[in-house]
Design a protein around this ligand. Structure first.
Ligand code: SF4
Ligand code: SF4
Length: 192
């Protein structure tokens, strides 16, 4: 009899204890900050880590068209076309110093649909022109829209202008050289 009563109380106590632990665990959630984010109502880009690798962007103002990024990409996402032009310089974000520029892009496309966000194109860029943004939303209805084209009409105008300047300067140099050669030949014939 005593054994049965003890067993009953033990069971009763165990039940109370288990229920209390469960209620305590559940109760704690009433006072916790929520851990879920109501995306897309809440802007999450600013919450991403500093080195987050989102969709690539290219600052064409400081791109020197060295094509290092194009060569570094293991799956050929980047396509660059350019023209040679008169020398100028851009301010590198990496070194903080002027970097010479002798080529001007006429095309700078990145196929974001193919890109695997490895960052291999970003690392070697000498001016910091290509970089990962925190953008991750790229939904489009046609996959061709995921080829991002960074060359603007202004970049094309600049490329054209610098290429003409280079042609003109090379033409002048060639004329000068020819003139000097003629003068030299003339003076040599006079001395004979
Ligand atoms: S590595 Fe940088 S500077 Fe060179 S082409 Fe690419 S984006 Fe432009
Ligand atoms: S992040 Fe990687 S895959 Fe994407 S363009 Fe750069 S090198 Fe290519």
């Amino acid at each position: 009899m005593i054994k049965a009563v003890t067993h009953w109380f033990y069971g009763f106590w165990t039940g109370i204890k288990a229920t209390s632990i469960g209620m305590w665990t559940t109760g704690k959630h009433f006072f916790r900050q929520p851990v879920t984010i109501e995306y897309p109502e809440i802007q999450v880009e600013s919450m991403l880590p500093e080195r987050y690798r989102g969709i690539l962007h290219v600052d064409m103002d400081i791109c020197i068209s060295c094509r290092v990024c194009e060569k570094a990409c293991p799956i050929a996402c980047i396509v660059i076309d350019d023209v040679r032009g008169e020398k100028s310089s851009v301010m590198s974000k990496i070194t903080g110093k002027p970097t010479p520029k002798i080529k001007y892009p006429t095309r700078f496309d990145i196929d974001i649909a193919k890109c695997m966000y490895c960052g291999l194109c970003v690392e070697p860029c000498p001016t910091g022109a290509i970089y990962h943004t925190r953008r991750f939303e790229g939904t489009v209805s046609n996959v061709s829209e995921l080829t991002y084209r960074f060359v603007s009409q202004e970049d094309l105008t600049l490329a054209d202008q610098m290429s003409k300047e280079l042609e003109e300067n090379e033409r002048k140099k060639a004329e000068e050289k020819k003139k000097k050669e003629l003068e030299k030949a003339k003076s040599e014939s006079t001395n004979l």
